[in-house]
Write a protein of this length. Structure first.
Length: 323
């Protein structure tokens, strides 16, 4: 009996550091890694979320921009961070739903090395064309592409990016052929699209919104299940009868997988408070983002669906990342 009591006491003592950590968390600033450069939409989403979470946590949430490899470098940093709740990351769609299928040596396993806290924001993508393309809706664009195979050059923000695979998804569903021209980021792709060096692209709405409104680019369809609030006149791919061509860009919140459950719940509570606040929703809307708070279980199910979709496309086109 005394031996059992000693074992129970030893187990309780071993648990005390975790219990104390969970009860007092957070006692210092929390770091939120944004895996893209400062100044872009992802950075804005991260800073708005950080501000919303700080108000609930009672501690500052400090942004650290760590860009590279389509978001993989920044997410890898949190996967390998101490699991104490003080290092989080705003993961990109590509870093957890595309890279695992396209990289030969993935530095982390999204399922084993990351705690999925919540989805954060969805950003609709829009298919745009240069005004020289004689198409004003998706049906006309597909008909033109079929009549002129490989005559349309489409730009992307990089090989293996969601902006690349979104067009490959369209090509597969519509059975059309076009030529991929990858760029190092969305900005140079937009520059050449404006100049007519490439004729088409699928890009995040905020990246091209001003050019659509000025008439320099023509919006054909949003690659989404719904219309974008900033482009209410542009139909979605669901309305255009291509519901599988859904390439909403999105971001989620993750922590190291071994983070204690109580701390994960505390982080989730703070994230929910932020994502449901009027200020964060307004900040997201400025760049066409839609807050999508979720439970960890809902996030897991969403990731499963995204991995199935993009994994199939990566395999179908035989794409391998070179980074």
């Amino acid at each position: 009996m005394q031996r059992l009591a000693r074992y129970a006491l030893a187990a309780l003592v071993a648990l005390l550091p975790c219990l104390t950590l969970a009860q007092t968390y957070p006692i210092k600033a929390v770091r939120l890694i944004v895996p893209f450069p400062a100044g872009g939409p992802a950075d804005l989403f991260g800073r708005a979320l950080a501000q919303g979470m700080s108000a609930n946590l009672g501690q500052p949430v400090v942004i650290e921009n760590r860009a590279g490899a389509g978001g993989v470098i920044g997410v890898d940093a949190v996967a390998k961070a101490p699991p104490d709740g003080y290092t989080l990351a705003l993961n990109s769609a590509s870093s957890v739903s595309i890279a695992p299928f396209s990289m030969d040596k993935m530095p982390y396993d999204p399922r084993k090395d990351l705690a999925l806290i919540t989805t954060v924001v969805q950003v609709p993508e829009v298919l745009i064309v240069h005004p020289s393309v004689p198409a004003r809706n998706l049906e006309e664009l597909i008909a033109y592409a079929k009549a002129n195979p490989n005559k349309i050059n489409y730009g992307s923000a990089g090989a293996g990016s969601i902006t690349h695979l979104a067009v490959e998804l369209l090509k597969t569903e519509a059975k059309i052929e076009m030529v991929h021209v990858p760029y190092k980021g969305a900005a140079p792709a937009v520059t050449d699209l404006l100049g007519g060096q490439v004729q088409m692209a699928i890009l995040d709405v905020p990246v091209v919104l001003q050019h659509i409104r000025s008439g320099k680019l023509r919006a054909i369809v949003t690659a989404s299940g719904h219309r974008a609030s900033s482009l209410p006149e542009v139909p979605s791919t669901v309305e255009a009868k291509y519901p599988k061509v859904n390439s909403d860009n999105w971001y989620g919140l993750v922590a190291p997988s071994a983070t204690p459950a109580d701390i994960q719940r505390r982080i989730h509570t703070a994230a929910m408070a932020g994502l449901r606040s009027a200020d964060v929703i307004e900040q997201f809307a400025k760049v066409s983002g839609v807050a999508v708070p979720s439970t960890p279980e809902e996030y897991s199910a969403y990731l499963t669906a995204e991995q199935a979709k993009w994994g199939a496309i990566v395999k179908a086109i035989g794409f391998r990342a070179t980074e």
